[in-house]
Design a binder for this molecule. Structure first.
Ligand code: SF4
Length: 365
């Protein structure tokens, strides 16, 4: 029988669970310390925890539920992990090195239903949400890799920008954030955690009203409804006007800066006229918004989209700057490996399917 991942419990939930089972409150802190500070991955090795408690935990929980299936390392220090979940599904997690620290990009769903037309991940429909434990464990697996390969280094930043729409898995996302920012555990600062959404307006409002207080990024990708609907079908249900209302609510409520993500697609949304339209759309929000321009990483599955010429990227950036919009161009990571989100996973799934077809053929012949 598959057991629940212990990483899915917040410290409050773990404390309540242990107390319900007859243990003292302080026991939860010992377990928490063993999991996140000592990073022990076997209950039996938690020597500071009473043996009755260890036995109880062994009966009800697992620590390791992800198995490393493939790992790709880039010359720039990026490491892409493909993990196999207990049900056989594959997910991607990426470690990136920056001047400011080490960040991890996590996945929140198996596949994605948002269906952005430029995205390799969206080709594979969502089959299920990840549990909070499966999301936390991605960070733990990367931290354990660092502990072994680069002792002393720690995951300092987290971006929820991998496969899936995080706000479509809101409860598990929230618990995940509570676990990783807990100052008695991994203690990742709230300002170092960023959640990226395709623009689920109701959830942006719920996020603003929540106690999570981490950064928000919006995948805008277009300056008007015509282009946005063409490249992101979610825009039919939640057009830009509705998205902007939710963003305004978020900004008023939190007074935190947001990031507007903008993938530059050659001859689709990368003209100077688009930059001017985008500047107008950002409008009065400019003091609390940063536009992050993302040069597109072409994927075989979407050959209709190409990367913008470097002059177009610079031209777009210059127009925004002239209009007083704070903006940056995202640095690329892992260009020598499968850099686009979901690319490694979809390649591997095709490879695995081909492998099993070949073995079926061999078995028949
Ligand atoms: S870009 Fe994000 S939201 Fe859009 S299909 Fe890909 S994973 Fe889903």
């Amino acid at each position: 029988m598959k057991k629940e991942s212990i990483y899915g419990l917040t410290l409050d939930q773990l404390t309540a669970w242990l107390m319900e089972h007859g243990h003292k409150k302080s026991r939860a802190l010992q377990v928490w310390d063993a999991l996140y500070r000592k990073r022990i991955t076997d209950f039996a090795a938690m020597t500071e925890v009473h043996e009755n408690c260890v036995r109880l935990l062994e009966e009800h929980f697992s620590i390791e539920t992800l198995e490393e299936h493939v790992k790709q390392q880039s010359a720039d220090g990026t490491v892409k992990f493909l993990f196999r979940l207990q049900d056989g599904n594959l997910i991607e997690t990426v470690l990136m090195s920056h001047k400011f620290g080490l960040s991890v990009c996590v996945t929140t769903q198996v596949g994605c239903n948002i269906g952005c037309s430029f995205c390799a991940s969206g080709l594979l429909k969502k089959s299920r949400d990840l549990s909070s434990g499966e999301i936390v464990e991605q960070i733990m697996k990367v931290q354990l890799y660092l502990d072994k390969e680069r002792p002393g280094d720690r995951v300092s930043h987290v971006v929820v920008m991998g496969i899936g729409e995080p706000f479509d898995n809101f409860v598990n996302l929230s618990d995940f954030i509570r676990v990783i920012k807990d100052h008695k555990g991994l203690a990742i600062g709230p300002r170092h955690i960023t959640v990226s959404t395709s623009g689920l307006a109701d959830k942006i409002i719920e996020f603003a009203d929540s106690d999570l207080h981490v950064n928000l990024a919006i995948s805008l990708h277009a300056p008007n409804n015509e282009i946005r609907t063409r490249i992101m079908k979610i825009n039919r249900a939640i057009p830009i006007e509705k998205l902007m209302q939710a963003i305004d609510y978020y900004l008023d409520k939190t007074n935190r800066r947001i990031t507007l993500e903008y993938i530059l697609l050659k001859d689709v949304n990368d003209g100077k006229e688009h930059a001017l339209e985008l500047a107008e759309l950002v409008g009065h929000r400019r003091n609390l918004a940063n536009v992050n321009l993302i040069p597109y990483n072409p994927v075989d599955e979407h050959s209709q989209y190409q990367r913008s010429e470097s002059e177009s990227i610079t031209g777009f950036y210059d127009v925004l700057k002239k209009q007083g919009i704070s903006c940056s161009v995202r640095l690329e990571h892992g260009v020598d490996i499968d850099a686009a989100c979901g690319q490694l996973r979809s390649k591997q799934i095709r490879k695995d399917a081909q492998g099993s077809r070949n073995s079926e053929r061999e078995a028949i012949s």
